[in-house]
Design a protein around this ligand. Structure first.
Ligand code: 0O2
Length: 215
């Protein structure tokens, strides 16, 4: 296939259909959020972001991967032209949402990377899913907690694609230490929530009926 000139849209005629797939995926997540909120009595999601990888970023990625600058390569060989990031308050909700997404009939999950159970050596944590729509467009879903999101955002500024200056060894070591501390906090916060949500109804069950708060 002939390479596209840099003035031509790398996504070609596919752009509107891809935008529709991204919208659809986001609306699936939004409705999942609403049903989980109703079921749990708590909002499992802090925020949802979506992005359509820009033409320039896609072209950079194709170059980095040694792929041709063609619409076909952008659509079939790079899986994150469409991206959705779901940020949860608590660790368990990441996996509950993952289980719901995997059961979604509209999208097939073609790959999963659990960088939570298997963090990257630098400390990066997140759960990644590559989903394929019925029309064959790929989207990457990243699920993470607020702590993981904070770390990734800061690390992105400091390290991921930025200039490598300063005491590199110390920076890498400190970033890893912060990631591990945040991961441990996530576990403590989950334990705390389990204690609060688990004990709440049990405690109430032991409170006599006439013992009501007069506040
Ligand atoms: P952007 O702008 O965030 O979308 P590939 O996706 O094929 O290039 P890989 O390594 O198989 O490469 O993908 P992986 O590991 O699933 O990671 C892809 C995305 O995860 C990245 O997207 C980042 O968003 C995020 N990510 C992965 N590792 C790190 C990390 O160490 N630090 C931070 N802050 N984010 C990370 P892009 O394409 O880099 O860019």
């Amino acid at each position: 296939m002939t390479e596209l000139a840099s003035t031509q849209d790398i996504y070609g005629d596919h752009r509107p259909a891809m935008e529709a797939v991204l919208d659809r995926l986001v609306s699936r997540v939004v409705s999942l959020r609403a049903s989980m909120k109703q079921e749990m009595g708590l909002d499992p999601i802090e925020h949802i972001l979506s992005r359509f990888k820009s033409d320039a970023s896609m072209r950079d990625k194709l170059d980095r991967k040694g792929l041709p600058q063609t619409t076909e390569a952008a659509i079939t060989q790079v899986y994150d032209a469409l991206g959705v990031r779901i940020v949860c308050g608590f660790l368990n909700d990441v996996y509950v949402i993952r289980d719901h997404l995997i059961a979604d009939p509209e999208f097939e999950v073609v790959e999963e990377k659990d960088y939570i159970r298997h963090a990257k050596p630098n400390g990066y944590r997140s759960f990644h899913m590559i989903m394929r729509s019925s029309r064959g467009y790929y989207a990457e879903v990243q699920l993470r907690t607020i702590s993981m999101d904070t770390w990734a955002a800061l690390e992105h500024h400091l390290q991921y694609k930025g200039p490598h200056t300063g005491n590199q060894r110390l920076i890498v070591q400190e970033l890893k230490r912060c990631a591990d501390e945040l991961a441990s906090t996530d576990v403590s916060m989950q334990t705390l929530r389990d204690a609060i949500m688990g004990e709440g109804p049990a405690l109430r069950a032991h409170v006599p009926d006439d013992y009501v708060s007069r506040d």
